[in-house]
Ligand binder design. Sequence first.
Ligand code: UDX
Length: 433
Amino acid sequence: MRISVIGCGYLGAVHAAAMAELGHEVVGIDVDERKIAALAAGEAPFFEPGLGAILRSATGSGRLRFSTGMADAADARVHFIAVGTPQSANGYAADVSYVDAAFDALVPYLADGALVVGKSTVPVGTAARLAARLAETAPHARLAWNPEFLREGFAVKDTLEPDRLVYGVDDPESTRLLDQVYRAAVEAGAPRIETDYATAELVKVAANAFLATKISFINAMAEIAEVSGADVTKLADAIGHDARIGRRFLNAGVGFGGGCLPKDIRAFTARAEELGRGESVAFLKEVDAINLRRRRRVVELALELLGGSVYGRTVAVLGLAFKPDSDDVRDSPALDVAVQLRGLGARVIATDPEAIANAQARHPQLDYTTSLDHALTGADLVVLVTEWHAFRALDPTETARHVTARRIIDARNVLDPTAWRAAGWTYRGLGRP
Ligand code: UDX
């Protein structure tokens, strides 16, 4: 199948490479010349395990090309729109202008029988609006909505082996074409849900809203644990054994961040309000508020451990990415905590295996080091905020050799409090006694 992927960010670059890996002829299109040059040379423009390998093999074999010109999409049968839908500058709504611009730029190049497939996360109603536009401007083409559920850090695997396929379609031919694109996954038995546009759009935001709610639920329990002497990690284990609840996404800590969950729940709230059903998802405002409170809680703990003020004290911040195995710092709780501590006058030395360059571009006022030992040296307080493997594996006795004082905040609850306390540390987790 000849495929174009319009928008080569996290979603589009991975999708383009994965489609080529499955044997399709793919062209990736983006307006960013530097990004396109890197991708064409087989280099991943961001950190994503496994992406470099499939990019190199697919560009090397000629199955995957990249271009900045929409005309290069003209001979494709299926066109994926994978551009960003960021939070608007003036509110919570999603900014769909990139989707509209990509769609309008593509329309003149649509061949007879072409299928345009929306992958971007959009406010419900977008697909119907675009379908109406397509009916006027290119009635020989079709539209489908096919949300993507990939997780950063597992993006390649999630794209090659999706746990479900959702097709928002309005004719059987669209389904047939999507089945051809995803033949490998369909044959491997991935559940496939065929539905209308609105449901397909909502599936994506509903899934993210549920995940965000699950995290904020356990973080709310952490708040209660903190005033009652309970241990939220044990509580999560215990309730997680109930198969109806499940243990995954019940890790209490500094909360969720990244380019999806925070923005998606806000955009969902804004869209529901537009539709006159704001009250239906009003709880998502609480979900957001609980999430942001956890960041402040880490800062409060730092103040508490340092006797009421962090001014002039050296704080080693371990982690900048919003989660491990990613260099993404968009709405990162870790970076937020580092910036808040710096704002209170702390001397923050932050380290991260992959995200320093992205963090530095946004917050040049922090001190960064690639060396974990260097970050720890002379620290009055250590704050573990992103649970990279190297930080989870820290040895309390070895770590103590570098620091000035043995104080640690484990903002992801990944260390063993008993072992750290036994090595003379003042250990504080979130929602743990
Ligand atoms: C998410 C969805 O999982 C994915 O399906 C969707 O396509 C995009 O948004 P992603 O943002 O890559 O993916 O990360 P995810 O693994 O979902 O984690 C999101 C955030 O929640 C991270 O900041 C993570 O640290 C946090 N988290 C996750 C918790 O705080 N506790 C948990 O138990 C799980």
